[in-house]
Design a protein around this ligand. Structure first.
Ligand SMILES: NC(=O)c1ccc[n+]([C@@H]2O[C@H](COP(=O)([O-])OP(=O)(O)OC[C@H]3O[C@@H](n4cnc5c(N)ncnc54)[C@H](OP(=O)(O)O)[C@@H]3O)[C@@H](O)[C@H]2O)c1
Length: 328
């Protein structure tokens, strides 16, 4: 690896940003120089990273004058919209965690286990998919190659950390009976069928993200998909029920074997031992746990799976760092 890469982490004080730093440490990414950015609010505070103390810098329009090679953006859509064009104009290649550029046909939307070849088709921006999409397409891709997916029904059970720091604070303060600041209703003791904003067709933007991004990543622009996304009082890790209809017939034993040997997956499935994927087991890991693998008897070639992934790691930070590793 070249030793002189300059890397910016934008939103370094947030949940995803801090997880990016943790993963760079785990992977011992020492041979680069880093600048950590936040808003004015956290600027000037300090973060320990790779054995050094870093002073957090305020992100401004001039931040990219100092010519970064790469940047990982984890500071929300408004920040990405405003600052990524400036970064790219200054020669920086950006990996973006927001949804702003994901559906732009010129921007690759990448999960390294699924479509790594797209990384090198970038013109300065590579988009990280939505957390709930990343964990779904990892098992879907090998199934699609072998059995040709005809339709998908998603139902998600998403952790509060998916809504950032304030999401976790709402759960913690809700336990004490305090009113929520992030969610429209108390998340403690509730399941809220509302993630991101509602659109005119009655779906939420999160549901549309899952539908549109899955089609783009699987390269099946007309694939029938429907989704219901729900916030649940779990601190970290999203769980998903995925119902899949295939064009081809399958043998359930072959499905197990296929998923077991596919990258990024751990099959956790033994009903006789109450062995299935749980948020508490996926927490802190980079693999997607897949279980409850069983035939959907209501249609000709249907399958149900339950998959659980760490939304802060594989759903955001690890995926971004894997892309960075490939770029380097
Ligand atoms: N949470 C997840 O599971 C997840 C998964 C996939 C993708 N994402 C995406 O990742 C991004 C970050 O999410 P998060 O959950 O980490 O949010 P978060 O915990 O709320 O953190 C937000 C970060 O953005 C920074 N920020 C806010 N406004 C800024 C500005 N004007 N200029 C510079 N920095 C600014 C904050 O800095 P201060 O400390 O100064 O406030 C903080 O570092 C979002 O686009 C989100 O959609 C999140």
């Amino acid at each position: 690896m070249k030793t002189s890469y300059k890397i910016a982490i934008v939103g370094s004080t947030g949940l995803v940003g801090r997880t990016v730093l943790k993963i760079l440490e785990e992977k011992n990414f020492k041979n680069c120089s880093y600048t950590l950015f936040s808003s004015k609010k956290s600027a000037g505070s300090k973060l320990e990273f790779l054995g050094q103390s870093y002073v957090i810098c305020e992100l401004t329009e001039n931040s990219f004058n100092s010519k970064f090679d790469y940047a990982i953006f984890c500071a929300g859509g408004e920040v990405s919209k405003k600052y990524i064009p400036i970064a790219v104009k200054n020669g920086c290649t950006v990996i973006d965690n927001s949804s702003v550029f994901r559906m732009d046909p010129k921007v690759p939307l990448v999960v390294p286990e699924v479509n790594p070849e797209k990384i090198f088709e970038n013109s300065g921006i590579i988009a990280n998919p939505n957390c709930s999409t990343i964990q779904a397409v990892i098992p879907l891709k090998p199934l699609d190659i072998k059995y040709n997916i005809k339709r998908i029904v998603y139902s998600t059970y998403q952790a509060v950390s998916g809504a950032g720091r304030q999401g976790i604070l709402d759960l913690e303060s809700g336990i004490k009976g305090e009113p929520p600041k992030k969610f429209p209703y108390p998340i403690f003791n509730n399941c809220i069928p509302h993630i991101d904003v509602f659109l005119e067709d009655g779906y939420t933007k999160e549901e549309h993200k899952m539908i549109d991004e899955t089609r783009k990543i699987l390269d099946k622009p007309n694939l029938p998909i429907t989704a219901t996304t729900v916030r649940v009082p779990v601190r970290n890790c999203h769980s998903e029920s995925i119902n899949i209809e295939f064009e081809k017939e399958f043998d359930i034993y072959d499905v197990f074997k296929l998923l077991e040997k596919s990258p990024g997956i751990i099959v956790v499935d033994n009903p006789s031992k109450n062995y299935y994927p749980l948020a508490t087991k996926a927490d802190g890991g980079d693999e997607i746990l897949v279980g409850r693998i069983r035939r959907d008897f209501s249609i000709k070639s249907g399958l149900n799976i339950w998959c659980v992934g760490d939304n802060l790691r594989k759903g955001a930070a690890s995926n971004a760092v894997q892309i960075l590793e490939k770029l380097l």
